[in-house]
Design a protein around this ligand. Structure first.
Ligand code: 6YU
Length: 505
């Protein structure tokens, strides 16, 4: 019987996003030395991607550290690597708790070229935020009255608005249109086509951490660069899309060793492994569910892959000569005054996709960025936008802004947009808990193969990535923690007491 040390185990990680990099770091730390990452593209970072618009650094993928405080591992790493400015690291900043909705200073523009004042929008935003808070509470209390967040919010607006808005009967139609804008914004936050697809009972599963969301002055990818510097140079095999993971498939290696997993790449190369940690996005798994694993995963895992939500949220960056927004403005909302019927989707995606572009965040500080806006658009309208040329998108956005500002000559200088749905190794932006799903679906996604109780060698295929984190799905810190979790799972499998293992195990 050939004996190998646990530390000799051949471990492959599929995907060089932050979860894969985190898993590799932890495994090396535990003394495993045959660790490799196989990455489909030519770069590390996955959905953390920093780009440029002229001289400006822009984030094409992840933007903020959500909840930058001690409990957030991304914040801790960013502090260790000295990647944040002083204000973001201050105790004061860490103590602010906004429950995942930072209070940006807004400007509200409407489709008749009006700017709405605080007296109109303030109470509507407050009303809407209370409904969102109530939506989150069903996770603890149960008994949700409707299946989705969208249906609940719309029903409650219908029920409560007459009383809520009775003091100020002016602008009633605009207030309903503002609710639609806020729903469209939530589609961007949740990464979904419509809030009607987001499960009400599971909405509160997502947990926020204290700390006022902050950005990386030098770009999010700086974090990846620093993490990569701590890994051996030849650890990542780039440009090798994995086609299929054959598990429960014993292959004999040199000197009598046997491996239960074979990784087959698109280029025909194969790699024999004891363990594989899969970190590919849920969108990719959904698209390739029938071919990525052989044999296919058990039905309950497959059903959870199918049921869980993975949507698109894209950004459209615009640079201007001069700002048309107030100096202190951090977020621009667009309100279509004719959208008085409560809905967060457009009726004709091809003709009216631009209506889903909910607004813009203003890149700050101005001394660093000049006058750059980041537009947000989610859902199938966003996926359609990706199919248009940059010129067509620029034309539509320019027309839109001319209408909303009432300035017929307003012209952005430059545009750059993301296309996450058509990225072949992402197939969308991030995970949400869809209608009918619960925490068990996330547990099913994260469950290693073969299942417990099987006679085959255990922990052949493990699953990490943001979609597998029960309370921090859709975030960078959730992804990192999931990579660490799976590395720890392997490390504790080989406890010091069983420091060696046989090929029979
Ligand atoms: C965050 C933020 N943020 C905006 C946008 C996007 C995302 N996120 P990766 O995909 O990184 O890595 C997998 C690798 O696998 C990759 O390199 C592939 O090439 C490779 N691969 C795939 N197939 C392969 C194959 N066959 N073979 C080999 N390799 C293969 N998160 O914390 N702050 O501001 C944002 C945002 C536009 C697209 C974000 C944000 C999400 C993160 O980017 C994402 O979770 C992690 O980077 C994923 O890392 P990973 O390693 O798992 O995968 C109530 C409630 C609401 C719930 N949601 C509220 C939270 C809001 C989240 N908001 C995000 C918002 C923005 C703006």
């Amino acid at each position: 019987m050939a004996l190998r040390s646990a530390r000799d185990s051949q471990i492959f990680i599929i995907g060089c996003g932050i979860s894969g990099i985190g898993a590799a770091q932890k495994l090396l730390h535990h003394g495993f030395h045959n660790v490799h990452i196989i990455e489909a593209t030519a770069r590390s970072g996955g959905r953390i991607r920093t780009g440029r618009l002229g001289d400006n650094i822009i984030e094409i993928g992840a933007n903020w550290i959500h909840g930058p405080s001690k409990e957030n591992p991304v914040f801790r790493l960013a502090c260790d690597y000295q990647l944040l400015d002083k204000e973001s690291m201050s105790e004061e900043n860490q103590a602010i708790d906004v429950g995942g909705h930072p209070l940006f200073v807004p400007n509200w523009f409407t489709s008749s070229g009006r700017k709405l004042g605080l007296e109109t929008m303030g109470p509507v935003v407050e009303f809407f935020m209370k409904l969102l808070e109530r939506s989150q509470q069903f996770h603890d209390s149960g008994g949700e009255p409707l299946p989705s967040v969208g249906e609940f919010v719309k029903a409650e607006v219908e029920r409560l608005a007459p009383e809520e808005w009775k003091e100020d009967q002016t602008n009633i139609a605009v207030k309903a249109a503002m609710i639609n804008t806020l729903l469209k914004l939530e589609c961007c936050v949740s990464g979904t086509h419509t809030m009607d697809d987001v499960g009400l009972g599971a909405f509160g599963m997502y947990k926020t951490l204290p700390g006022l969301d902050c950005t990386f002055p030098g770009g999010y990818e700086g974090l990846i660069d620093h993490m990569m510097k701590e890994l051996p140079k030849d650890l990542v095999l780039y440009n090798k899309p994995v086609k299929c993971i054959h598990w429960n498939y014993t292959k004999n290696g040199p000197s009598g060793t046997s491996f239960p997993v074979t990784i087959e790449c698109v280029n025909g190369e194969t790699f024999a492994a004891d363990h594989v940690i899969v970190t590919v996005p849920l969108g990719y798994l959904k698209k390739h569910q029938s071919t990525f694993l052989s044999p296919p995963p058990p039905l309950h895992k497959l059903h959870s892959i199918q049921r869980m939500g993975f949507g698109t949220n894209n950004k459209i960056f615009l640079e201007f000569e001069q700002p048309f927004w107030d100096e202190d403005c951090e977020l621009i909302y667009l309100v279509w005054e004719d959208e008085t019927h409560l809905a967060d989707v457009v009726s004709d995606v091809k003709m009216s996709w631009i209506r889903k572009l909910v607004g813009f965040t203003v890149l700050k500080p101005t001394e660093r960025y000049g006058h750059v806006l980041c537009g947000w658009i989610a859902g199938r309208e966003s996926e359609h936008m990706e199919t248009l040329s940059e010129h067509e998108v620029l034309h539509s956005v320019t027309q839109l802004l001319r209408i909303f500002t009432g300035n017929p000559t307003l012209t952005p200088r430059k545009l750059l947009r993301s296309q996450w749905f058509h990225e072949p190794y992402s197939c969308g932006s991030y995970t949400y808990v869809a209608k009918g799903c619960s925490g068990y679906d996330i547990d099913n996604l994260a469950e290693p193969l073969p299942l417990k109780g099987s006679n085959s060698k255990s922990l052949q295929v493990l699953f990490a990535g943001e979609a597998t984190h029960r309370s921090f799905f859709s975030t960078v810190h959730g992804a990192l923690l999931s990579g660490w979790r799976e590395a720890e799972r392997l490390a504790s499998h080989y406890t010091p007491a069983s420091g060696s293992f046989s090929s029979k195990l």
